[in-house]
Design a protein around this ligand. Structure first.
Ligand SMILES: [Zn+2]
Ligand SMILES: [Zn+2]
Length: 342
């Protein structure tokens, strides 16, 4: 039997409105109600989020301390084994019982990790079948999980958002819920809005009823994605890119200097800037050295410098060719048409 598919976005829930949370701190009541109704009709619900592990970070309730990976200068997230894990280098640490800074006993977990969502769904619907599929499964295990999902007649599947993109949903599917698309929404990169648009629009365009829970329902890009308004997003983005002298109107080269010592990485990129200045070439865009994001990865400090140009003339400038050649000696990465400026 083929179910009736609803070809429209259904509901956007404002996660900053505390009054819509009753039975759960992370899943709002309208979503819980909708899931209950769907389960009563013996159908299947997919609930996805884009955060790995249990939560995005561990925060001291008193002083706000967040443990970070010393090698990468990034917050640890809490993985599915309850360990703190670096999202970049994978280094793990045991969460301490008390805050290492102020010795406070109470800590809170921020963000909805997929494993936390799985426990929450089992708690909210103890009598229902709740399946789980993360991203780190080996292909054989994954196949087994997918087969289990396809055979599910009634129940809940907790998955990563990437699964939404590729999934074959089983024929009993009635609802997709996307919780917390907010991660990476405000990354200060030139294409972060476009990427966020794609992430949400890919879910929205699936042929099912959709519910989205976000802290930023009024954010322009979320609104456009929800309406599947690609033309408007494209128009807005192109205007910003044109004004910002960015691709596709300009070509970019990102130089990244790395070193175990912060001052050395900085000095390398500063020297490169001086060399570029000596070319007497007017780059329409020249972003002066700035720390990469994250600033440190695997004990290496990283600094960027970006130049933009309209035509390819600069590439034939003999001294520019020398500069590029010299970069490999200095171990400076040269990224032509970079996908990220961070
Ligand atoms: Zn503390
Ligand atoms: Zn790390």
């Amino acid at each position: 039997m083929t179910k009736q598919k609803i070809q429209k976005f259904d509901e956007i829930l404002d996660a900053s409105n505390k009054s819509i949370f009753h039975s759960s701190r992370i899943v709002s009541e309208p979503i819980i109600d909708e899931i209950s109704q769907i389960l009563n009709k013996a159908e299947v619900v997919f609930v996805g989020t884009n955060q790995k592990g249990i939560s995005s970070c561990w925060v001291c309730n008193k002083c706000g301390f967040i443990p970070r990976c010393q090698r990468c200068d990034r917050n640890y997230y809490l993985n599915d084994h309850g360990k703190l894990k670096c999202p970049i280098c994978g280094q793990t640490a045991k969460p301490e019982d008390n805050c290492p800074k102020c010795k406070n006993k109470i800590v809170k977990y921020v963000g909805i990790g997929i494993n936390r969502l799985f426990s929450e769904m089992k708690k909210l619907f103890p009598k229902e079948e709740v399946l789980f599929i993360g991203e780190e499964k080996k292909s054989e295990t994954r196949k087994k999980y997918v087969n289990g999902i396809l055979a599910l007649k009634r129940g809940i599947v907790v998955c990563s958002i990437n699964f939404f993109k590729t999934a074959k949903f089983n024929e009993n599917t009635a609802l997709l819920v996307f919780l917390n698309p907010d991660k990476t929404l405000f990354l200060p990169d030139f294409n972060s809005y476009e990427l966020k648009y794609q992430e949400i629009a890919e879910v929205i365009s699936r042929d099912y009823k959709i519910m989205l829970q976000t802290k930023y329902p009024d954010n322009e890009i979320i609104k456009l994605a929800v309406k599947n308004n690609y033309q408007k997003m494209k128009k807005n983005e192109l205007k910003l890119r044109k004004d910002g002298l960015l691709p596709p109107f300009y070509h970019l080269i990102k130089f990244m200097a790395k070193d175990k010592e912060e001052t050395k990485a900085q000095a390398k990129i500063q020297k490169l800037l001086n060399n570029l200045a000596e070319l007497n070439f007017e780059f329409p865009l020249l972003l002066e050295p700035y720390p990469a994001y994250p600033e440190k990865i695997r004990d290496q400090y990283r600094f960027n410098l970006v130049v933009g140009f309209k035509d390819q003339k600069i590439k034939n400038h003999p001294h520019f060719v020398d500069i590029i050649r010299n970069c490999s000696l200095e171990k400076i990465n040269v990224d032509v048409d970079p996908v990220s400026l961070l």
